[in-house]
Ligand binder design. Sequence first.
Ligand code: ADP
Ligand code: MG
Length: 532
Amino acid sequence: MASHTPSTEGCDAAADAIRALTSFINTSTLLDLAHRFSATYSDLARTSTDHFLVTPVTALPTGKEKGKFLSIDVGGTNLRVGFIELLSSDGPGNGDGRNAFARIKRSHDRDWPIGDHLKMDQAEDLFSWIADCIAEVVRAAVEESVKGSEKPLGDEILLGITFSFPMAQTHLSEATLLPMGKGFAITSDLNLGKMLLAGYERHCTNSPANGHSDLSRKQSLEPLPRIRVAAITNDTVATFASLAYVVKTAPNSRVAMGLIVGTGTNATVPMELKNLHPAKRKDLPNPDAVETVVINTEWTIRGTDKPLIDLNIKTPWDFTLDANSDAPGFQPFEYMTAGRYLGEIVRLVFLDVAPQEPGVDTPSSLQSKNALPTRFLSEVVARMHQDEIAKELETRYPATGWQSAYWTPARVELLQSIANAVQLRSSALIAAACIGLLDCVQDVTIDKVIESKQISGKGRTIQPNVEELVIAYAGGTISQYPRWLETCQTWIDILVQNGSEANASKRVVLREALDGGIIGAGVLAGMTDEIR
Ligand code: ADP
Ligand code: MG
């Protein structure tokens, strides 16, 4: 029994760690944080050329877009490919808009994990692999199409691309890659569409394929239809566009923002050009014709973490993680909030505070960087019963040497409480950032000085005619990590309610844009007449 009881010293260290991670999670500090995020965002929009980037999306979908498109979504972890058909708005699902997903027909959906070797490869190899995956999907669609129809997909397929990495864009159909982050080695300035089409080209001819897989050799036998890039966008913009297409709801509801929390995190919001650095105008094809443009905030890139430094919210483990990351200092906000890093924070904290006992060594398999994936925390540590967790942990991180079991109930409990604190912190930070961003574009208000009597602790009674501001979200972490979404919504509600009297008739709602990357790329491909 004694071995189950952490030493007093260990207990203190663990309690201190949980406090260090969560003590800022209270209404007044989060309001202060949201207010500072807002000021930082306004400043970066006006002065930085690395943040608050204009995108070619200067109009929102009307919900009337039509057509069949091939869509791909290149994420930090997964590649998704599929066909999207946008049916006419006279079809099923038109009405209050809530069932408008019925107007989107999907087919031949496939997904692939992006192997680590591909991330480290030359850009040509990564894009040639992506092109092979696209060819597999196109081939399946061609083969399934009605036999006898000579060119079932026509001469040319229109492609919508969601690409979850920074890019420079002046036209909807063109993009230049910028350094990628998220564990990808590619740093060069390459034309994204050209790279993809170059990889796909060999599938359009009868000549023997020079591809590296059996599959591509087989595919060379029958030429596939050509592809034309209609739209390229990032995942937050796609998520925003997909829900804006779908939510043609009551007049008191509108999609105000797009949010991704998956491998990484990012957000998108429409902004007026006059609030942006003048140099950003030249990135638009027709700046004099537009007032508002959808902005890719890149809200994780260095500079956005000023409020976290000023309020002393970063912990020693955040500094360690950042220093040991692939790109130290590059995306500090992401390192505290996104799926790629949550497990690593938990691991660092655990190694630091787990009580030491003579003769009991920490499992060696837990000692290496990234040994504790966020997905494991989500599927096992945050979800299962204690004894099941202990079993899973013992299998994955077995006791070292002669010890019988490392994962005592006390250690399992410690790991659970650290993971819980790290999840709470991620959700609360993103909630403050969302409200900061919505304050920055004046969709909600956070008063500069919050009177303590203003903070009610309890929710206000919701008024009838509330204006609903929708945050369209997507991503593995926000949608799958237990309690992540609920915690974030709870803090969003508290911040809106306590931020200002001016928010009395507003509600900010997180709503999932399921497969927003794939659908949004299709929707934008269908908008090429509206965006020029
Ligand atoms: P991408 O960033 O490639 O678009 P996703 O949005 O699906 O991918 O997010 C994948 C990330 O989400 C993974 O890196 C992981 O951190 C996290 N994740 C994956 N599965 C789960 C899960 N079951 N629960 C919580 N987080 C998950
Ligand atoms: Mg994604």
